[in-house]
Ligand binder design. Structure first.
Ligand code: ADP
Ligand code: MG
Length: 901
């Protein structure tokens, strides 16, 4: 039926055309009807090599001859009566798969079939031998045909179409086939649909939709595939669906036949079952341009196998031979004959391997082109009746079956790419790739951000390192500067010792030695100051630049945002830098102020000492410093103004210890000037200094702070403030902690000043001031002893005054606190300042009778006597004499000892 490509005519089967002699062994090589695919074993031995062609799925075809079974209907009631005296026209030998057709009582012809089914064959057995192998092929992806051919009333419909609703054993091939198909397909991946048609008078009618009564056949010119796009396809999910569909089809068939005034034996009923099954193909077959770039495993090739099971209940075969003599049946007979005779012709042509197969002659042959000589596995069941009255018709049916047995098909699976499922899978794949891409993009963005941040961190680290380096440089200069200040101080002390300068602050004034060093220091500080001013200017310029850049920056967009952040960070750095620079400026200016102040002091000191040369030498560079600072002469006060007291005092609380100590020094020096003292105290300087003393971090600060407090303590009001703010106690504690003579000298100086205030007498004692003062004498350094002596003298003077005024009574606190032995011991000290203070103290103590006895027992009388005789100062000498003479106790003792003054 198909083109020659599929045909496999062999000479071998030609013998089957001839009836077999009863004694002859069969020429027909029948293989098992049940044989399954892969049918390499199906290949008929001796058949010519097959020409194979590739299917869409690429699988080679396998040969598969049309299988033919014959089924004999049992006698029906009418035959049982009518033919009662006659033997059946056929005799079956099912075990030999042979059928004997009796010509008459003495002659018969034997035919061999693939299967011979007696009148007792059950429907189940018929299904299994005729249809089941075909159905299984269909499930494997091959097309399949099961067709019933025979005279009307021989059981075609019985064999194929019985529904067996009441008796399931009566179910025909249609129902059983569907049952098997449904049992084997997967509802998730596979689908089964059905169309049910009737071919009558070369017209195809849709039994599922009666209105659809002229369906056309469409052939794919490339593949030769036949389809009926106009036919209704009904999806079948279960057997009930199918039974319902068959009932519906049958009802429509009856209706259509009534309408056309015909009967079912005149039409062909065609049931088409379309099976679509998903199978996974080999991966490498998928052509994909993205293969190379894909990170994922390729999805398996989604293939779909489309197969078709065609079940054909043909019109009665007697129609082939009916002539047009029956009048009104003429047209109909012609049409039915056309299809049936065309089928016979095609099968003949195929059986004889003829060059021309008249497939196109009828609609039936066009529809069945795949079933005969095509790619389908085909089973034909020929039904016959037993009645000898229909021997002719039975013979022609048997011969039709015999010819059909010679038709060789080339079975092929039709596989197609399942584009739908492929596209679905690719979509999923694509989604995965998109998600993966997004994830990687995020990772990339994060990485970029991290690198940016790292870069920023590095930049700021470099900036920090740079700032640190600057800071180190600055500290180095500062250390150098401090070193020179220290040298200066040492030289001043030396000088003081040389010149015997008196007074607390005046100690700093020494000779001409350090003038040149001060000048150098001033010049150095000036340089530093210039450098700092320059740096500050640069920093300010940079800040302005950044500000203007920041102004220009667009305030939208990511780049702008990060740029702004960067600039803000840089700006903050710059502000910090600026603050630091300002701090440094203040320190440097303070240092400058201090140096200038020291230079002033020195000049004054030198002036007093008549060292005109040194003064002249100093004046000139100092003038230069002043000139260079403000462009005109700047006195100390102006420098002080320029820096601002508040700023200097604020530095007392700086975190930097160096800054603090410098600030304290500046404040201490400023405090030495009476004019500044009030302002310092007003601005809270005293409180800050006392706080520093309280924290007493190290002796250096303690020393300078004590010096500053000592300077402030020269003023009576300040003395009281110091007392009120707990200064006495603080100084006492400091005195007990300090070891360095210079520190002790400062603390002793401060307490000594306080000792000179009448109002502080009680507090000084109660807060341990006197004991602290005497304790400091342990040091033995003349500078310290001098201050201790001064304090005792001051205290004794106030005490004496209080006693005279009647405010105080009783023995001297100094005596009570055990000062007398030290006083007596140092009364004749080599150092004149110490000696002089003690002499005065003794005179004050001696003025009150309450102290006399203790003084006598302590040996003070002898010292007073010595003072009254030897003191270099006339006023003290006469004071001592007068005191001794006024005291009856001293006088009595002197008489006793025969001493005269
Ligand atoms: P056809 O379709 O070939 O015209 P049917 O299938 O209609 O023949 O059969 C005609 C009659 O014979 C029906 O009543 C049917 O039940 C009966 N018949 C056919 N084959 C058999 C069988 N093998 N056993 C019993 N009765 C049968
Ligand atoms: Mg029928």
């Amino acid at each position: 039926m198909a083109c020659n490509v599929y045909r496999n005519g062999t000479g071998l089967h030609k013998g089957a055309m001839r009836p077999l002699a009863a004694s002859n062994s069969s020429n027909v090589k029948s293989s098992s009807f049940k044989s399954r695919i892969p049918p390499s074993s199906n290949h008929s031995p001796g058949s010519a090599p097959l020409r194979r062609s590739k299917s869409a799925g690429g699988s080679d075809g396998v040969p598969g001859r049309v299988r033919v079974a014959v089924r004999l209907r049992p006698r029906n009631a009418e035959e049982s009566v009518a033919d009662a005296d006659f033997a059946d026209c056929v005799e079956l030998q099912p075990e030999l798969k042979r059928l004997k057709l009796r010509k008459n009582n003495w002659d018969s012809e034997t035919y061999e079939f693939d299967e011979v089914l007696t009148e007792f064959a059950s429907q189940k057995r018929v299904y299994e031998v005729v249809a089941k192998p075909v159905v299984e092929s269909v499930l494997d992806g091959y097309n399949g045909t099961v067709m019933a051919y025979g005279q009307t009333g021989t059981g075609k419909t019985f064999t194929l179409g019985r529904l067996g609703e009441e008796d399931t054993s009566a179910r025909g091939i249609m129902v059983r086939s569907m049952e098997e198909i449904l049992a084997n397909v997967s509802p998730e991946t596979d689908s089964v649909s059905v169309s049910y048609l009737q071919l009558y008078m070369e017209t195809i009618q849709d039994l599922l939709d009666p209105a659809n009564d002229n369906i056309s056949i469409v052939e794919d010119p490339k593949t030769g595939d036949v389809s009926l796009p106009g036919a209704t396809h009904v999806e079948i999910r279960d057997e009930q669906d199918f039974m319902e569909l068959l009932r519906r089809g049958e009802a429509h068939r009856i209706a259509a036949n009534t309408k056309l005034n015909t009967e079912s034996s005149r039409s062909h009923a065609i049931l088409m079952v379309h099976v679509k099954r998903s199978v996974l193909g080999a991966e490498d077959v998928i052509p994909s341009e993205t293969d190379k770039s894909s990170h994922f495993a390729k999805p398996p090739k989604p293939l779909v196998r489309k197969s078709k099971l065609v079940l054909v209940d043909l019109a009665g075969s007697e129609r082939v031979h009916k002539s047009g003599s029956e009048g009104h049946m003429l047209e109909e007979a012609k049409s039915i004959n056309l299809s049936l005779s065309a089928l016979g012709k095609c099968i003949n042509a195929l059986a004889e391997n003829s060059a021309h197969v008249p497939v196109r002659d009828s609609k039936l042959t066009r529809l069945l082109r795949d079933s005969f000589g095509g790619t389908a596995r085909t089973s034909l069941i020929v039904t016959i009746g037993p009645s000898p009255r229909h021997r002719g018709e039975t013979t022609s049916t048997i011969l039709f079956g015999q010819r059909a047995m010679k038709v060789e098909n080339m079975l092929r699976i039709k596989e197609e790419f399942d584009y739908k499922s492929l596209s679905r899978k690719l979509e999923i794949q694509l989604d995965k790739l998109i998600a993966e891409n997004e994830r990687q993009q995020k990772v990339f963005d994060d990485e970029v951000e991290r690198i940016n941040l790292e870069a920023l961190n590095r930049v700021s680290e470099v900036e920090r390192n740079f700032a640190d380096a600057l800071e180190k440089e600055r500290l180095k200069y500062q250390m150098e500067y401090m070193e020179s200040v220290k040298n200066l101080e040492e030289k001043m002390i030396e000088n003081q010792q040389k010149h015997g300068c008196d007074g607390f602050m005046k100690d700093k004034c020494n000779g001409e030695g350090p003038v040149s060093s001060i000048v150098e220091d001033v010049a150095e500080v000036k340089k530093l100051l210039e450098k700092e001013i320059h740096m500050r200017k640069e920093a300010e310029d940079e800040v302005n630049k950044l500000k203007s850049q920041l102004g220009q920056c667009p305030d939208s967009g990511e780049g702008g945002g990060s740029e702004i952040l960067k600039l803000q960070k840089a700006l903050a750095d710059e502000v910090r830098q600026k603050k630091k620079l300002e701090e440094e400026m203040i320190i440097l200016r303070s240092q400058m102020l201090q140096l200038t102040f020291e230079a002033d002091q020195m000049r004054r000191c030198l002036g007093r000492n008549g060292s005109a040369n040194a003064y002249g030498g100093l004046d000139s560079p100092m003038s230069q410093v002043r000139d260079s600072l403000n462009g005109h002469k700047t006195p100390v006060a102006a420098l002080f103004e320029q820096v601002g007291l508040q700023k200097i005092l604020a530095l007392l609380e700086s975190e930097d210890a160096n800054v603090r100590i410098h600030a304290v020094k500046v404040v201490a020096n400023l405090a030495a000037e009476e004019a500044n003292q009030e302002r310092i105290v007003e601005a809270g300087g005293l409180t800050s200094l006392l706080m520093l003393l309280r924290s007493y971090e190290d002796e250096n600060i303690g020393r300078v702070v004590a010096g500053a407090i000592a300077n402030l303590a020269m003023n009576e009001t300040n003395q009281e403030l110091i007392m009120i703010q707990g200064g006495i106690n603080l100084l006492s504690v400091t005195a007990s902690r300090a070891e360095d003579p210079q520190s002790l000298r400062m603390v002793a100086g401060a307490i000594a000043n306080l000792c000179g205030n009448d109002k502080l007498q009680t507090k000084l004692r109660s807060e341990g001031g006197i004991k602290a003062l005497l304790g400091m004498a342990r040091c033995g350094h003349p500078d310290v002893l001098s201050q201790v002596a001064r304090g005792i003298a001051n205290f004794a003077k106030c005490e004496s005054r209080a006693s005279t005024n009647g405010i105080k009574s009783g023995r001297s606190v100094l005596i009570n606190d055990g000062a007398l032995p030290w006083i007596v011991q140092n009364a004749n000290n080599d150092s004149s300042p110490i000696r002089r203070h003690i002499e005065l103290a003794l005179c004050h103590l001696a003025q009150h009778e309450v102290n006399a006895k203790d003084m006598i027992s302590g040996g003070a009388l002898w010292e007073l006597v010595r003072i009254s005789r030897d003191c270099s100062r006339e006023d003290i000498r006469s004071l001592a004499r007068r005191t001794l003479n006024l005291s009856p106790i001293f006088r009595a003792e002197m008489r006793r000892l025969r001493i005269e003054v």
